[in-house]
Design a protein around this ligand. Structure first.
Ligand code: F6R
Ligand code: MN
Length: 209
């Protein structure tokens, strides 16, 4: 693919405004994900079916700004996760590995509050909070999902190699090992296995230090 250059790049892609209020990149088209697109993502299946019966609500939107798939090029998109929960679990994105496993990504918080659920296939996992004006680095070979832990839309920009590609299937098979839930004093992070098989020794961590 030919490199996007100063000569070829449309001015609106060279310099793009992020509308933090509407959660859009003006001129670019959003892809919407509703509850029905997220079957299998939430831990509480009964709560998921009940939520779906109540209406197929919008959970998140992604607007891709520029996709520069030339060697060395970058792509970026604006994600907006709506506030809401299925049972106690906060609204989330599907999450993915990059098809080109080594491809890393930078997330920059624009408005609202949430975080990234990260894991790799070497047994490491972590929830990393992300707020407006903050940045999270997602290393290569790391599956990532965003979660809105607040009560207003959570928006962020993700910047990644244009050749990264998206692999949803590898993480969808077993789902992420961590879940982010509403607790009595704010968000808490738990292991999915402890949630499905609760025991007094289950590890529950505060999501925000
Ligand atoms: C791109 C990226 C984000 C997500 C967005 C929606 O590589 O990580 O722009 O695409 O947060 O999440 P998914 O793609 O998992 O539906
Ligand atoms: Mn990504």
């Amino acid at each position: 693919m030919p490199r996007e250059g100063l000569r070829t790049l449309a001015p609106e892609l060279l310099r793009q405004r992020i509308d933090a209020v509407t959660g859009t990149l003006p001129g670019a088209k959003a892809v919407d994900r509703h509850l029905s697109d997220l079957r299998g993502c939430f831990a509480d299946e009964a709560a998921y079916e009940a939520a779906l019966e109540g209406g197929d609500e919008l959970v998140y939107s992604v607007t891709t700004g520029l996709e520069d798939e030339s060697e060395g090029g970058l792509s970026y998109g604006l994600g907006v996760v709506q506030p809401g929960r299925v049972g106690r679990e906060y609204y989330l994105t599907k999450g993915h590995y990059h098809a080109w496993r080594e491809a890393a990504e930078v997330y920059i918080g624009v408005s609202g509050a949430g975080g990234l659920v990260l894991e790799n296939d070497e047994g490491a996992e972590q929830f990393v909070p992300l707020g407006a004006g903050e940045l999270v680095y997602v290393p290569g070979a790391t599956a990532h999902r965003t979660v809105n832990t607040g009560d207003v839309p959570f928006s962020y920009v993700g910047i990644y190699p244009g050749q990264a590609g998206h692999d949803y299937a590898s993480i969808a098979e077993d789902n992420f090992r961590l879940v982010v839930l509403a607790g009595p004093d704010g968000p808490v992070v738990m292991n999915r296995s402890d949630l499905l098989d609760p025991s007094p020794t289950a590890t529950i961590r505060k999501a925000h230090a």
